[in-house]
Design a protein around this ligand. Sequence first.
Ligand SMILES: Cc1cc2nc3c(=O)[nH]c(=O)nc-3n(C[C@H](O)[C@H](O)[C@H](O)COP(=O)(O)O)c2cc1C
Length: 390
Amino acid sequence: MGYLAVLNTLSQHSIRPNTRSDISLRPPSPEMPSESTGLRHFIQRLSDNGRLVRVKKPTEWRFEIGRMTRQSRSPLLFENIKEYPGRQVFTNGLSDIDSIALALGLECGHSQKSLLAEARRRMGSLVKPKIVPTGPVLENIVSASELNLLQLPVPHWSYKDRGRYLGTWHINVTKDPETGSRNVGVYRMQMLGPTQATVSASPGSHLARQFAKAEKEGRPLPMAVAIGVSEAVVIAAAAAYPDGMDEYDLAGALQQAPVPLISCQTAPLEIPANSEIVIEGAIQPGVRVQDGPYFDYTGTPNTNPNAFLFEATRLMHRSNPIFRGAAIGVPGAEDHQLFAFLAALNLVDFHGSRLKQRVQNFLLKQRLFLAFQFSGKIGPLLRRKIPSRD
Ligand SMILES: Cc1cc2nc3c(=O)[nH]c(=O)nc-3n(C[C@H](O)[C@H](O)[C@H](O)COP(=O)(O)O)c2cc1C
């Protein structure tokens, strides 16, 4: 679909760029972490810069949010979701260079070269996270007996997906059962029921390796899922960062401010205090479930028959939480923008063969997104022993 056709579609849906300042930001207080390290601040910046499109008309979580997200390149805030009063969904946050610049606290108008130079400079001095006593995510706490993930406005992103995907632009936080070192990654999650979801982690990923250690002992692996965190945290989580190094340090460097963390209650894990939504729980040993089909970054529905099973035990969320998600599968969608940014910083690893990795890195650096999608589809031809995440 061409750009004009997309604009036409957006106007049919009566959505327009809006610069009104009405994202609910908390007034500063000494106990609470600064809003400047949260998703709301980023959405406010997009709005102040005339980039945010607010979707005010009633919107269906089934297919409509996903379809509109794929048809647009603008950041979209869905403010009126059918069946979910008071809940909002935010998509397309990192859809171009200007948005990435805003997410890193910079101004619009950077060239790609200058943005990358600034990111490299920042990565030179890591910024450790800061433990804080409290945070807005504690505003609402739902215990295991009351927990129902269907209370969240999780979109069914594509009719090609088997179900609703809870985790598309979030972080999974775990710790190595032997060394205690923390891993923060992005691994897709399909909702299976009120307390259960899949976790689709590539066998080469740090999460899969940590879980293998727990499973060998017959133990669950505690995991926290934070949805609606600062974009720098998601960028760092998606980065190929060496085992034993903390992605929160990288996020702090990228956003030039420590990530404020609070401790989970049912798991020995720390999550951003400004998160919109946090789900505590554990990956269950000795169980595998099917994830997908899911319309993934290659533009093809893809199934993982060996996904892990996550059992949720606690939910926390801000009042009127903003659910952050992504509708991917089209060339140049925000996951591609993020991967291209990371590839230029030499921070991409899809855990595939070395040859496939080189091809994908090259295509991402050149921003040849259609070819990048194709390279993901021909994985089996290039694959060595370790299967890639697709
Ligand atoms: C939107 C998005 C979705 C992703 N989905 C997955 C996934 O489902 N499984 C996976 O193994 N990696 C996925 N990744 C890539 C990982 O986040 C990335 O490889 C990261 O480096 C994993 O960290 P690790 O190497 O510490 O395991 C995704 C990345 C993004 C940005």
